[in-house]
Design a protein around this ligand. Sequence first.
Ligand SMILES: CC(C)(COP(=O)(O)OP(=O)(O)OC[C@H]1O[C@@H](n2cnc3c(N)ncnc32)[C@H](O)[C@@H]1OP(=O)(O)O)[C@@H](O)C(=O)NCCC(=O)NCCS
Length: 184
Amino acid sequence: MAGRAPERVETARLVLRRPRAEDAAAIFLRYSSDRDVTRYVGWPVHGSVDDTVGFLSYSDTEWERSPAGPYLAFSREDSTLVGGTGLAFETPFRAATGYVFARNAWGRGYATEALTAMIDVARATAVRRLYALCHADHRASAHVLEKCGFHCEGTLRRYAEFPNLEPGEPQDVLCYSTILEKLL
Ligand SMILES: CC(C)(COP(=O)(O)OP(=O)(O)OC[C@H]1O[C@@H](n2cnc3c(N)ncnc32)[C@H](O)[C@@H]1OP(=O)(O)O)[C@@H](O)C(=O)NCCC(=O)NCCS
């Protein structure tokens, strides 16, 4: 029976769980204030921990109104916060996903592992279309989506602003999706 997603999920090397108020400082220090990490994300780099508190408030709203919301990713080995991912529900059957990892956690396959888990989480809800948008120049992110079986539906030309790249100038974006079969 399709329903709410679990608030905690384990993968081979990660614990993914719903964010909590006490996570603000770690998120800020590990990735949300890092200009390299946030270059291609859709939200402005955090200038102070108050911005991160704002994200946590958004996260709680998402978890209250939807079957799931943002997840933080922790290393199972040493419990360090390594990044974040999640599902943003637009309708009960359509959700967007994304991921962001701390600079020193890149290149270890964590994004691939977290995205694979998000597909499984989406499958446990009523989501049929899971999609992700990425900047047309962001090869690493496109590659992660392709490794996880997402199909590139095309380029959305001058579709979205990337606030940390060139504010006020909409950029070309790749639209990727995967279709989840209905559970019996
Ligand atoms: C993009 C990002 C999520 C990738 O995370 P990651 O944990 O390093 O990703 P993975 O290790 O699972 O996979 C990355 C893949 O891209 C490949 N890659 C890395 N840089 C690349 C590039 N410039 N061009 C093509 N492929 C690239 C890697 O080789 C790897 O593929 P492989 O496993 O076949 O060798 C990470 O760099 C990040 O958090 N960036 C900042 C936030 C961000 O941009 N998020 C996405 C917004 S759409």
